[in-house]
Write a new protein. Structure first.
Length: 181
């Protein structure tokens, strides 16, 4: 059986305390239509909820005193999960696209890679440019840094260097992100 949990203020909705689970001496109570009823003992707040035919839900357990709301728990839970789903739909996942180069790349090949990077950046992705060294090329790593600098310079109108060129083992990497206006 697969169960889904949604987070609200750091707590999963299924972990919110309701009715008799609330053991605090005093709680701040919010009525069913959103007005503050003040600070009162938890038992008295529970009586108010019972009289209204609703549930007492602790919505802010870390507050001093904890905040409880008089609501229909089923409806409250449904609305919270719906808000979670909406928030997740609106999130933009930023992908990191990688472009690999070699130290002896020709100008036309470099231009092709620059155009590919331009396409990725305009879509809102980050671009990781990797300059890979093999064999004797390892001895001339510092002389090849200009390739990454040229790459960044050719994209300077739409991109900024997020992480400058850095040697990691047999490769040199640099990250570019889209320029914010």
């Amino acid at each position: 059986m697969l169960s889904t949990f949604f987070i609200m203020e750091g707590k999963a909705i299924s972990e919110l305390m309701i009715n008799e689970q609330i053991k605090d001496k005093e709680v701040r109570v919010i009525g069913e239509d959103g007005e503050q009823l003040g600070i009162m003992p938890a038992k008295e707040a529970q009586k108010l909820a019972d009289e209204a035919g609703l549930d007492l839900v602790k919505i802010a357990p870390t507050a001093k005193p904890p905040v409880c709301k008089i609501v229909d728990y089923g409806k409250f839970k449904y609305e919270q999960t719906r808000k979670e789903k909406e928030a997740r739909k609106k999130q933009k996942v930023i992908e990191v696209k990688e472009i690999r180069l070699s130290p002896n790349i020709d100008t036309n090949d470099l231009n092709t890679k620059v155009n590919a990077a331009k396409k990725f950046l305009t879509k809102g992705d980050k671009v990781k440019i990797t300059l890979r060294f093999r064999g004797r090329e390892m001895a001339h790593m510092n002389n090849s840094k200009h390739i990454l600098d040229d790459f960044a310079a050719s994209l300077s109108d739409i991109a900024v260097v997020e992480k400058p060129p850095k040697v990691e083992g047999r490769s040199m990497t640099m990250f570019l992100t889209e320029k914010r206006s």
